[in-house]
Design a protein around this ligand. Structure first.
Ligand code: SF4
Length: 463
């Protein structure tokens, strides 16, 4: 167990800090970043001493810690000084950028001599911004190879110049990944808490990197690439077995940005990636052979589900049996907006995918992009009505404001037209309108989304 006050020597070469959303932890959603979890495996493999902290910034500027799933206040300062890390690594997803910077500022004050490194989509796209803010190194892609290499340089006192540090990796699959370290799971137990009090704990698997779709606005594919690099079924099975025995869980969250991507569109037919089809089929077989009732949580597109229903029903059947919950990238329920996004997804496809998942009792975390350049009051109303009237009762809608994330083609296009409003990267978190919109004013969308969430949760949970 990771105790902070037992007098043990906790000094380490590297401290990983994963910033958690204050709001989500308060609701029992403990969803740490799979990339940080995976980093622990690489550090352990390289025999580098490390610790990991889960930081929860509060409105008053203080930082709470999550220790064995309990929130601990007023200990951040002491724990950091006890650990006395030479290097601190912050990895964060864009949606948490403002929170990560709040943690970063405190760390800089408490241990001013430590070397501070940032990794993730935004820091890789705009390293100068992070360096101006005081970071020493930006860990570029490949994030794992770069992490280990920079730490080894620091340990050997062969520090490179401040800046972006990137080491590529030659592998086309993720089978060389070490397991997420056992030590990681002594610090945290990932879980979802439900309104009825049920708590679902789960393991974490880094099942693939990249997504073939390469959508113009997608920061994930601009960071992880448009080649889908999978971990094989056998390798996944071995890690499932390890985590099942360690954590006694049957549910596994796959950190893939797309668990089952599309390979191509031929004659208007979506073709799911053959390697992904082969992988889920083999994985299902392995789990059955060993009588593991493992369930998955991951991300998929509605058009992939719809296509499998037509052309690969036996694979869809596996998918529907194996998934407990899935993140479904719906984006919008307006044909105008979907056409503007240049996606083959239509309202008919969305309805069909939602129905198939609902029939199987799979929880849908439906993600929407609000405020694209094609959004109007009418298109937004269509999406809101769909969420209120057609999403199943168990579904959770996530409304993000379409954000020109640095590194994407959407960002480049708006920048070249002089339409970007914000220069503070801390505001590029999917919760602000940061470009000049043809219809909506700056704060209008934020207010509308808040009001919509209020209406949605009032209707769903108070009858
Ligand atoms: S399908 Fe999803 S993960 Fe893939 S590029 Fe598009 S938005 Fe990104």
């Amino acid at each position: 167990m990771q105790h902070f006050n037992d007098g043990n020597d906790m000094t380490c070469d590297v401290l990983l800090i994963d910033t958690l959303s204050t709001l989500r932890v308060a609701r029992g959603l403990i969803s740490p970043a799979p990339v940080v979890a995976q980093m622990t495996g690489f550090l352990e493999q390289a025999e580098i001493s490390y610790e990991i902290l889960f930081a929860i910034p509060q409105d008053d500027g203080s930082i709470d810690l999550l220790q064995e799933n309990q929130v601990v206040s007023n200990r951040f300062d002491t724990v950091l000084k006890e650990m006395a890390p030479r290097t601190v690594v912050f990895y964060h997803d864009p949606e948490l950028v403002h929170l990560m910077f709040a943690v970063y500022r405190e760390v800089r004050k408490i241990i001013p001599d430590a070397l501070l490194c940032a990794g993730g989509i935004l820091s890789s796209a705009l390293p100068h911004y992070y360096l101006e803010k005081g970071f020493d190194y930006i860990i570029g892609q490949d994030v794992y190879q770069s992490l280990i290499s920079i730490i080894q340089h620091i340990k050997e006192a062969k520090m490179p110049d401040r800046g972006l540090f990137s080491i590529s990796q030659p592998h086309q699959d993720l089978d060389y990944f070490p397991f997420i370290a056992q030590k990681y799971f002594t610090a945290i137990k990932p879980q979802w808490g439900f309104p009825d009090g049920h708590i679902e704990r789960f393991g974490l698997i880094t099942g693939s990197a990249g997504c073939t779709s390469g959508c113009v606005h997608c920061p994930n594919s601009s960071y992880w690439g448009t080649t889908w690099r999978p971990m094989s079924a056998a390798r996944i099975f071995n890690e499932i077995k390890f985590q099942h025995e360690l954590l006694k869980v049957d549910t596994f969250y796959f950190g893939d940005i797309n668990f089952l991507p599309n390979a191509a569109i031929q004659n208007d037919v979506i073709i799911p990636h053959p390697k992904a089809i082969e992988r889920i089929t083999q994985l299902d077989k392995l789990l059955d052979e060993h009588e593991y009732a493992a369930k998955f949580i991951s991300t998929i597109r509605p058009d992939t589900i719809s296509s499998m229903a037509d052309y690969l029903p036996e694979v869809l059947d596996i998918f529907l049996r194996r998934f407990a919950a899935c993140f479904l990238g719906i984006e919008s329920f307006s044909e105008e907006v979907l056409a503007g996004l240049k996606t083959p997804i239509t309202k008919k496809i969305i309805r069909r995918a939602v129905k198939l998942l609902e029939q199987q009792g799979i929880i849908i975390v439906a993600s929407f992009l609000v405020g694209s350049p094609w959004e109007t009051y009418e298109t937004l109303r269509e999406t809101e009505q769909f969420i209120l009237n057609e999403l199943p009762p168990s579904a959770i809608p996530l409304l993000n404001i379409m954000t020109p994330f640095p590194g994407t083609r959407f960002y480049d296009s708006l920048k070249s037209k002089g339409l970007l409003l914000e220069r503070d990267v801390g505001l590029f978190n999917g919760q602000r309108l940061v470009f000049k919109h043809p219809v909506f004013k700056e704060e209008e969308l934020e207010i509308r989304i808040q009001e919509f969430y209020y209406q949605f949760f009032r209707e769903r949970y108070s009858g």
